[in-house]
Design a binder for this molecule. Structure first.
Ligand SMILES: Nc1ncnc2c1ncn2[C@@H]1O[C@H](COP(=O)(O)OP(=O)(O)OP(=O)(O)O)[C@@H](O)[C@H]1O
Length: 627
C-alpha cells in the first residue's frame, strides 16, 4: 500500500486530483453541520442576489434560495448518485464479463450478444428510454446511468478474463480439484481486480456527468431537491442575465470530474505492475548514457566490452546490474556467459545495442566497441542501422518475440527490408532459403505458417533464421535453448555451431547450463552479481575452475548416470544488486572467504589466457564435491 501511494503521489497531477477530491468530499461530509440556510427555503424577495451579498456568499437563485447551501447539498447528492451508479455498473458489468469470459462457448456467446444489443443504442437515448419507462427521479436516473455503463465493464472485463482463462495457473487450479466458482474467486478475480479498479476510477467522473445530464433535462432530481445537474437546468433561463447561478454549479461539476479523472489516471499508472520499476514514461529507443569518467579507448576486436557499467535508477535505489564487465569476441568465436539468475547476463547483452529499457536503465560507464567504433556514445540512428543487421539477437521465448498475426515468411521479409530495399520476390525466395539454412523441412510451405502453427523448436529455428536474415557479424543468443527439450536443444546447438563455422559468425551465448557451454563455446565468462568472476578457454575452466563460485556452479549440474550423486546446491542467495557488499560479492557464500575478501574492490587478475577475480583461487581438489 505504501509503495502504491508513493508511486501515486510521484505523479503530481494525481496528487493534485486527490487533494481536490478529498477537500470536496470533506466539505460534502460536513455540510449538514455547517451553519447554512435550508437549501430548499424560497424567498422570492431575495431573487438573484449576486455573490458576496450579505448572508449569501455565492448569492441566490431565481427563487431566492441560498446558492452556497444548494451547491453543497447538491454536491453531496451528485457525488453519492455518481459513485453509487459507478459501483452498481462495476459490480454487475464485471461479474457478467468474468462469467462470460471464463465459461466461454455458448454462455459467452449469448451474454455478449445481449451486451452488444445494449451497446447498439446511443447510450444517452438508452438512459432517456429507461428513465421514461421508470419515471423521472434521482433513483431512476441512477439505475439508468448504471445500466448504460454495464456493457462497457462487461466487454472490458470479459476481454481480460478470456486471456486469463487458458493460462497454466488456471489449469493447475483445475487439476487441484477446484470448482469453477472457486477458480473465479481465487484465480481470476485477483488478476482482473486491478483492471476493474482502473476502469472504475477512470469512469466515475463520466457517470457523475451523465447523472447531472439527466437532472439537467429534468429527469433526475426533482424540485425542490437539488443536485448539480438540476441546479444547472434551473439556471438555464438566467444564463445571460444572472450567470453566477450557472457558473457556481458548473465550476463544481468541472472540479469534481477533473479531480476524479486526474486521480483515476494516477491510479491506473500506479497500479500497473510494469510501472512499479519506476518507468512512468515510455522506454526510450536507446538506453540513456551518463558516463561520468572518460571511457576506455575502443579496441580493434570485432565486439569488445570494456568496463561496461549499467544501472537501474528506481526512485532512490540504484541497482548495479552490470558492474564493470570486460569481454571480447572475434569472428568465428563463440563466447559463453554463464551465471545464476539475476547475475546480469541479459542486461550485459542488451547494453551492447542500447536495448536496456530507459528509464530506469542507464549505461554509466565503459565502452562497447564494434569493429573499433564505440557504440555507447553512438546516436540512435547508428544503433538502429546496426541492430538486426550487423549484430542480431535471439531470445529465449520465440513465441513472445515472433509476431502472432504475421506469417513467419512476412516476418523474415520484414527483417530484411528494415535494412535494405529488397524486391518482394527476391525477399520471398530468400525467406525460403533462410528457413532451409536453419533446416526447417518443407521450407516453401512452412514460410506461409503462423508462429502458433509451429513447434517450440521450429519457432526457435525461425528466430535464428531471422537473426541470420542480414548476414550479421555477431549473434547474441540469450538462453535460446532453455525452453526446449534436450533433443531439440542439441539440434539447435549443432545448428548454431555449423552456422558459425560456415559463416564465420561470432556468437555470444548466454546460458545457465555448463553442458551447453562445453558443447558450443570456445571461451566462457562466469558472472556473479554483475561482474565477471572468472574467464578463460572453456576446456581450461571446466577442467580446473579456480573461482569457488565457478566450482560450486559446476557442482550443481546433474550428471547422467550419477543418479545417487548428491547435488551440491550453493547455500544462500546472491546479494541484491542495490545493496552490494564491500569486497567480493560471493564472500558471504564462500567457504574460503577471509576478512580481507570483505574489504575494497577485488580485481579480475589475468593469468595467461585466463582471469579470476579471487584473492584465494582454489585448485582442482580443494572443494569436496564430486564433479
Ligand atoms: N527494470 C529493472 N529495474 C530494476 N532492476 C532490474 C531491472 N531489470 C533488471 N534488473 C536487475 O538487474 C539484474 C540483472 O538482471 P538480468 O536480467 O541481466 O539477469 P540474468 O543474469 O540475465 O538473469 P536470468 O538468467 O534470470 O535472465 C537483476 O538483479 C535484476 O533484478
Amino acid at each position: 500500500m505504501i509503495q502504491f501511494l508513493n508511486l501515486l503521489f510521484r505523479n503530481r497531477l494525481a496528487g493534485l486530483g486527490a487533494g481536490m477530491l478529498v477537500l470536496i468530499l470533506l466539505i460534502a461530509l460536513i455540510t449538514p453541520v455547517l451553519p447554512l440556510p435550508d437549501p430548499n427555503i424560497t424567498a422570492t424577495a431575495d431573487r438573484f442576489m449576486s455573490p458576496f451579498s450579505e448572508g449569501h456568499l455565492l448569492g441566490t437563485d431565481h427563487l431566492g434560495r441560498d446558492l452556497l447551501s444548494r451547491l453543497l447539498s447538491g454536491t453531496r447528492l451528485s457525488l453519492a448518485v455518481g459513485v453509487a451508479a459507478a459501483l452498481i455498473a462495476t459490480v454487475i458489468g464485471s461479474s457478467i464479463g468474468i462469467v462470460a469470459g471464463f465459461l466461454g462457448g455458448r454462455t459467452d456467446n449469448i451474454i455478449m450478444r445481449l451486451v452488444d444489443m445494449l451497446m447498439a443504442f446511443p447510450y444517452i437515448l438508452l438512459a432517456l428510454a429507461i428513465v421514461a419507462a421508470l419515471g423521472p427521479g434521482l433513483n431512476n436516473a441512477l439505475i439508468a446511468v448504471a445500466a448504460v455503463n454495464v456493457p462497457f465493464f462487461a466487454r472490458n472485463i470479459r476481454g481480460v478474463t478470456v486471456g486469463l482463462a487458458n493460462k497454466e495457473f488456471v489449469d493447475a487450479a483445475r487439476l487441484n480439484g477446484m470448482s469453477n466458482g472457486q477458480i473465479i474467486f481465487s484465480e481470476i478475480l485477483p488478476n482482473v481486480l486491478p483492471v476493474i479498479v482502473i476502469a472504475m476510477s477512470t469512469t466515475i467522473g463520466w457517470m457523475i456527468l451523465e447523472t447531472a445530464g439527466l437532472s439537467f433535462l429534468g429527469l433526475g432530481s426533482q424540485p425542490p431537491q437539488a443536485d448539480l445537474g438540476s441546479m444547472l437546468g434551473e439556471a438555464r433561463a438566467a444564463l445571460i442575465t444572472f450567470p453566477h447561478t450557472s457558473v457556481v454549479p458548473g465550476i463544481m461539476i468541472f472540479l469534481i470530474v477533473m479531480s476524479i479523472n486526474l486521480l483515476g489516471d494516477g491510479v491506473r499508472d500506479a497500479i500497473d505492475p510494469r510501472l512499479k520499476s519506476g518507468a512512468l514514461s515510455r522506454p526510450l529507443p536507446a538506453t540513456i548514457v551518463e558516463r561520468k569518467e572518460v571511457p576506455p579507448t575502443p579496441d580493434k576486436d570485432l565486439l569488445s566490452l570494456q568496463e561496461l557499467r549499467t544501472e537501474f535508477h528506481v526512485g532512490e535505489r540504484v541497482y548495479k546490474a552490470v558492474g564493470g564487465v570486460s569481454l571480447k569476441v572475434n569472428k568465428g568465436e563463440c563466447l559463453g556467459i554463464i551465471g545464476e539468475s539475476g547475475s546480469g547476463k541479459s542486461v550485459t547483452a542488451l547494453s551492447v545495442m542500447g536495448l536496456v529499457a530507459s528509464p530506469p536503465g542507464k549505461i554509466v560507464g565503459g565502452t562497447v566497441s564494434f569493429q573499433g567504433k564505440d557504440l555507447v556514445g553512438a546516436s540512435y540512428n547508428e544503433l538502429r542501422s546496426l541492430r538486426g543487421d550487423r549484430v542480431a539477437y535471439i531470445f529465449q521465448d520465440p513465441l513472445s518475440t515472433l509476431h502472432p498475426l504475421y506469417t513467419v515468411g512476412d516476418q523474415l521479409i520484414e527483417a530484411m527490408q528494415a535494412h535494405r530495399s529488397v524486391p518482394q520476390k527476391d525477399a520471398q525466395a530468400r525467406a525460403v532459403e533462410l528457413l532451409e539454412a536453419v533446416r526447417i523441412p518443407n521450407a516453401a510451405q512452412r514460410v506461409k505458417n503462423y508462429p502458433h502453427e509451429m513447434s517450440g523448436g521450429m519457432r526457435q529455428r525461425v528466430s535464428i533464421a531471422m537473426a541470420l536474415a542480414n548476414e550479421p557479424d555477431v549473434i547474441i543468443a540469450d538462453e535460446p535453448t532453455t525452453a526446449l527439450d534436450v533433443t531439440v536443444q542439441a539440434q539447435i546447438l549443432s545448428l548454431l555451431n555449423d552456422l558459425r563455422r560456415e559463416r564465420d559468425l561470432a556468437i555470444v551465448f548466454i546460458t545457465h547450463d555448463f553442458g551447453v557451454v562445453a558443447q558450443l563455446c570456445d571461451r566462457v565468462a562466469v558472472m556473479y552479481a554483475g561482474q565477471i568472476v572468472e574467464e578463460g578457454p572453456t576446456a581450461a575452466i571446466l577442467d580446473d575452475p579456480q573461482h569457488p563460485y565457478t566450482k560450486r556452479l559446476m557442482a550443481c549440474v546433474p550428471e547422467l548416470g550419477g543418479g545417487k550423486r548428491e547435488l551440491h546446491a550453493i547455500a544462500g542467495l546472491p546479494p541484491a544488486v542495490d545493496q552490494l557488499p564491500q569486497g567480493c560479492a560471493f564472500a558471504a557464500r564462500c567457504e574460503f572467504a577471509q576478512e580481507v575478501c570483505r574489504q575494497g574492490g577485488i580485481m579480475l587478475e589475468p593469468k595467461g589466457e585466463r582471469a579470476v577475480r579471487c584473492l584465494f583461487p582454489v585448485n582442482a581438489d580443494q572443494i569436496e564435491v564430486t564433479l
